[in-house]
Design a protein around this ligand. Structure first.
Ligand code: SAH
Length: 220
């Protein structure tokens, strides 16, 4: 059994190396911190056991409750966009599997992540803890409101698509901070938006077309 476990660990490690090379580096992600984090985080431990063998493929995967773990490239892309560095405090909306939070936690000082679906949030919290992460804080709730007690954040990553950028998230972004957020209507192609706070004002630029799950509200 132990031998099998060792073999599997090595097997996943080499799959992960290939993922970073073929899906991430070759598509233009150059930030060394991001590439290193993607080489470290055991993505297979954050997907349901039945589909573990697909963990390093170039696509999102179902994680239950109709939600998905984002495609590895998208995680790398969003992480690179926030220009991550070791002293940063980052907020993520949409914990899902916990994978994006883990990639961030390899680079930055503290990660605060909010998940609206209790089952997913609790599972991610447990998984991240068992993987040894001590700088990730998970909260169950509607990420629309952000995490005001811990604001301001040096960067914010939103992994579900609202129709507009939530005002509380803009308010909770630090001066000079960057927010990366997919914006658009449910079921339609959305735009990745990069929002930067400059002298208290939000400046947005529109990047690539993307497809994310809708941003839910707990008031409905
Ligand atoms: N970052 C995740 C991707 C998860 S998909 C990962 O790395 O696996 C997006 C997640 O956002 C889903 O789990 C969904 O339940 C959650 N979500 C949607 N609307 C939300 C909201 N208003 N607040 C917090 N989480 C939300």
């Amino acid at each position: 059994m132990l031998l099998l476990a060792v073999f599997q660990t090595d097997h996943y490690k080499s799959q992960r190396e290939l993922m970073v090379e073929n899906q991430i580096a070759q598509r233009g992600i150059t930030n060394e911190l991001v590439l290193k984090a993607m080489r470290i985080v055991p993505r297979h431990l954050l997907v349901p056991e039945k589909i573990r063998s697909y963990a390093y493929e170039d696509r999102p995967l179902p994680i239950g409750e109709g939600q998905t773990i984002s495609q590895p490239y998208i995680v790398a892309y969003m992480t690179e966009l926030i220009e991550p560095s070791p002293e940063m405090k980052v907020l993520e909306i949409g914990t899902g599997s916990g994978y994006q939070a883990a990639v961030l936690a390899e680079i930055v000082k503290e990660v605060y992540t909010i998940e609206i679906m209790e089952g997913l949030g609790k599972r991610a919290e447990r998984d991240l803890k068992s993987m040894g992460y001590k700088n990730i804080y998970v909260r169950i709730g509607d990420g629309y409101k952000g995490w005001p007690e811990k604001a301001p954040f040096d960067a914010i990553i939103v992994t579900a698509a609202p129709e507009e950028i939530p005002q509380p998230l803009m308010d909770q972004l630090a001066e000079g901070g960057i927010m990366v957020i997919p914006v658009g209507q449910e079921g339609k192609v959305q735009k990745m938006v990069l929002a930067r706070k400059v002298k208290g004002k939000i400046k947005t630029s529109y990047l690539s077309n993307v497809m994310f799950v809708p941003f839910l509200r707990d008031t409905i």
